[in-house]
Design a protein around this ligand. Structure first.
Ligand code: SF4
Length: 212
């Protein structure tokens, strides 16, 4: 990566970490994906029960591989034979030790913005698992909640296509204001600080572009 661009990413990521820590998140700076994975590893005691949100970032950083390594009790929501079983695993995830996910956006005033189809991810970030670990690339940093929601909405067609939800936007990459049960854009959450349970949510901000 270009040196100046990398430096700009590092500065932005460090600033976000500072703001998130001020707002009682447990925020960490990572220079790259490998560092992010090591930080996450340090936050997950071996043997912990882990649930995850679907995330390209977790795949790109190797964190999914780490979670599946056998060192943890992984609630594998991807290995199911029916929708009912998947929903059951989502529910088990609420009682897990640690929920690991990315975020659709993190604002430079220290808020997490997410949009879900089912709501399992936004629900678990808000309450349930004892610990939440959020990993984001610098590309997900936005100025404020309004921009965060705009970002979540803009990437919804890509997410819809990725998880094969067969919404109209899968084909056009433009929101077609669908109304079916597979609609991605059902539930929006804003985590406005981590004051009730300080440090419950760790946020690892990586000075690289990750996921979308
Ligand atoms: S409302 Fe429907 S069509 Fe629009 S982005 Fe969301 S899932 Fe796609």
């Amino acid at each position: 990566m270009n040196e100046v661009k990398k430096y700009a990413y590092q500065c932005k990521a460090k600033k976000a970490v500072e703001i998130l820590n001020d707002r009682r998140f447990d925020a960490h700076f990572a220079d790259n994906a490998d560092e992010a994975r090591e930080i996450v590893k340090g936050l997950m005691p071996a043997g912990s029960e882990i649930a995850v949100g679907g995330s390209v970032t977790l795949q790109e950083t190797g964190i999914m591989e780490l979670i599946k390594s056998g060192d943890y009790k992984f609630i594998d929501r991807f290995n199911v034979s029916s929708w009912e079983e998947e929903l059951h695993k989502y529910r088990l995830g609420y009682l897990s030790d640690i929920f690991v996910t990315s975020s659709n956006a993190v604002t430079m005033d220290g808020k997490l913005v997410n949009m879900d189809c089912t709501g399992n991810r936004v629900g678990a970030i808000g309450f349930g698992p004892k610990k939440v670990i959020v990993v984001i690339g610098v590309n997900k940093l936005v100025e404020n909640v309004e921009e965060g929601i705009k970002r979540a909405k803009e990437i919804a067609p890509m997410n819809s296509r990725r998880i094969n939800h067969k919404n109209p936007c899968d084909q056009t990459m433009t929101c077609e204001n669908c109304t079916g049960t597979n609609r991605i854009c059902n539930i929006i959450s804003i985590i406005d600080g981590c004051y009730k349970f300080p440090g419950r949510i760790s946020v690892v901000v990586v000075a690289e572009e990750l996921g979308y």
